[in-house]
Design a protein around this ligand. Structure first.
Ligand SMILES: Cc1cc2nc3c(=O)[nH]c(=O)nc-3n(C[C@H](O)[C@H](O)[C@H](O)COP(=O)(O)O)c2cc1C
Length: 141
């Protein structure tokens, strides 16, 4: 029983590149053993993350993440039962925003700024799919 979950959150004030690197390190270390795959995007103080895996594993991880003091305003954007994974290649891939084409953001939102709070979950998911299709994801493991 596989599910895909997407949420958005706002980083705690002190989020710096080292904090982000620590989160990614921790995610990759844990997700391999629990069978979780997905992507983490961080831009302008906002996290957007997709988690895929077994229903129990995704649910347990989401609850743990939601209680993490490194971010706040965690909002569930999408939860779907799925037949197959879309991000199977990443224990937790990081979206490379340096390579992000502003036109991609503009395609899906009013301005070229990542703001999942301003668009529907379906729109954020469509953008993620396109990021993967255009190979804008790094840290493949
Ligand atoms: C934005 C964000 C994304 C996270 N993503 C993951 C993740 O994919 N996998 C994971 O195990 N922990 C993730 N964490 C960390 C968890 O909240 C929690 O600290 C961690 O799972 C605890 O792991 P530990 O018991 O090995 O210390 C994330 C935290 C934040 C703030």
């Amino acid at each position: 029983m596989l599910v895909r979950l997407m949420y958005a959150s706002r980083a705690a004030d002190a989020t710096d590149p080292e904090t982000l690197a620590a989160i990614l390190r921790q995610s990759k270390a844990n997700n391999g053993s629990t069978g979780i795959t997905g992507l983490l995007c961080f831009s302008g103080g906002i996290f957007l993350q997709v988690l895929e895996g077994g229903r129990s594993a995704v649910s347990a991880l989401y609850n743990r993440i939601a209680a993490d003091p490194r971010h706040r305003d965690v909002v569930l954007l999408s939860y779907t039962e799925i037949g197959e994974r879309r991000f199977a290649g990443w224990s937790m891939g990081q979206v490379n925003l340096g390579r992000l084409n502003p036109a991609l953001l503009l395609k899906y939102s009013e301005t070229a700024v990542l703001d999942p709070y301003a668009v529907s979950g379906a729109v954020s998911m469509a953008m993620f799919n396109e990021l993967v299709a255009t190979a804008s994801v790094m840290c493949q493991t």
